[in-house]
Write a protein that binds this ligand. Structure first.
Ligand SMILES: Nc1ncnc2c1ncn2[C@@H]1O[C@H](COP(=O)(O)OP(=O)(O)OP(=O)(O)O)[C@@H](O)[C@H]1O
Ligand SMILES: [Mg+2]
Length: 364
């Protein structure tokens, strides 16, 4: 089931600003689309508009060919949109047990008793809740309630699944396990999934497409790899990328190349970004060679490299390599260190930055 949002605007009554502002987005059928962005950017609002719990103030929303909402009108009621939803706040029925909560949508769809019991049992096992089936939501931890909410949304094989930060309250082990389960479930059923998260690694693991939002607007809509390798602007880069974002103070076009001036110094690179726009240099950790302080430019093999001095402020030891943060003037850069290196915190270093591994991106 494809879902189409065209110029969708949502402004809550009494609010001076729009929670979502002219959102145009195609949610592809049978794929996982993730809405990723900081708190307050409009993720939950977008889901609630898709569900029909909120009307929209402008634009249109379609499920396939059917217009389900347009400006000021809910045309198709939520109960007729055939979706399952996991709410950010769980929204379980407090007067129903775990089993009754999971069975709720099945009863509403007139499944027979034996079929309901079989499905509820399967959900309880999958979500490691079998021992809690007779408890009420008020007698469960946050993570347990979240699993019940997942079970309730998944139980009746909806054609669309709307998930609002479904793993936020689970511990690390259960979160990893549940995201595998969600991905496996998606692969078994081909359900159209719209998934909301703050967590970029969850987005990268689960999604076919990631929609990065800020202040009610889409900043980028891409497969995860594209998002990490080619962020559309400095907001996306700061939110998702492992690279450092260094604002450019001046960009000039010289002989088909761009001369970019930043707090790190000047370098030349190829780019077709308009030179009058505010822009930043995206410096990937792999672009940076960390060298002992005083290494001369003559000793660096890459003659195009930008050479600058800095100081290591932090080292994080990883499995394969260490990552360090180097301060150059007021800029912090993330770089890789070889595992067996003699570098340590507070050490003065010289950096050789390869401009061919840097990108110029809009925004500062
Ligand atoms: N019922 C409401 N009435 C008025 N304003 C609201 C209402 N719900 C949300 N908002 C506002 O709309 C904007 C978007 O909120 P929304 O809940 O969609 O953000 P979010 O991206 O889901 O954030 P979070 O990650 O914190 O859950 C925020 O500025 C929020 O304060
Ligand atoms: Mg939210």
């Amino acid at each position: 089931m494809e879902i189409y949002l065209t110029d969708v605007v949502k402004q809550y009554p009494g609010s001076p600003t729009c929670a979502i502002e002219g959102l145009t987005l195609t949610i592809e059928g049978g794929k996982v689309t993730t809405l990723l962005g900081p708190s307050g950017c409009g993720k939950t609002t977008t889901l609630r508009c898709i569900a029909g719990f909120e009307g929209i103030n402008g634009g249109t929303l379609r499920f396939g060919e059917t217009v389900v909402s347009d400006a000021g009108r809910i045309i198709v009621e939520p109960s007729k949109r055939n979706f399952g939803m996991v709410f950010q706040s769980y929204a379980l029925w407090p007067h129903m047990t775990v089993m009754q909560n999971i069975a709720y949508g099945l009863r509403a769809r007139n499944w027979d008793k034996a079929r309901i019991a079989g499905r509820v049992d399967k959900m309880l096992k999958m979500l490691e809740l079998s021992h809690l089936g007779k408890r009420y939501p008020g007698e469960l931890s946050g993570g347990q309630q979240q699993r019940v909410a997942l079970g309730r949304a998944l139980a009746y094989d909806p054609s669309v699944l709307l998930l609002d930060e479904p793993l936020a309250n689970l511990d690390a082990r259960l979160r990893d396990q549940m995201r595998e389960e969600i991905r496996a479930l998606y692969e078994q059923t081909g359900v159209t999934m719209v998934y909301v998260t703050h967590d970029q690694s969850e987005a990268a693991f689960l999604s076919d497409n990631v929609v990065v939002m800020n202040a009610g607007k889409i900043q980028q809509n891409s497969p995860p790899a594209e998002l990490f390798d080619h962020p559309a602007n400095s907001f996306v880069a700061r939110f998702v990328s492992r690279s450092s974002v260094v604002p450019a103070s001046e960009v000039r076009r010289i002989d088909g190349r761009l001369r970019v001036k930043t707090a790190l110094g000047e370098c030349d690179l190829c780019s077709d970004i308009p030179v009058d726009a505010e822009s930043s240099l995206l410096v990937s950790p792999s672009a940076i060679d960390v060298l002992p302080r005083g290494t001369s430019a003559a000793a660096v093999t890459n003659k195009a490299a930008l050479i600058t001095d800095g100081e290591i402020v932090r080292i994080e030891q990883g499995d394969i390599a260490a990552i360090c943060m180097v301060k150059v003037n007021d800029v912090h850069l993330k770089a890789h260190l070889p595992l067996e290196s003699r570098f340590s915190r507070r050490m003065p270093v010289t950096l050789a930055i390869d401009p061919a591994k840097c990108q110029l991106i809009p925004g500062c």
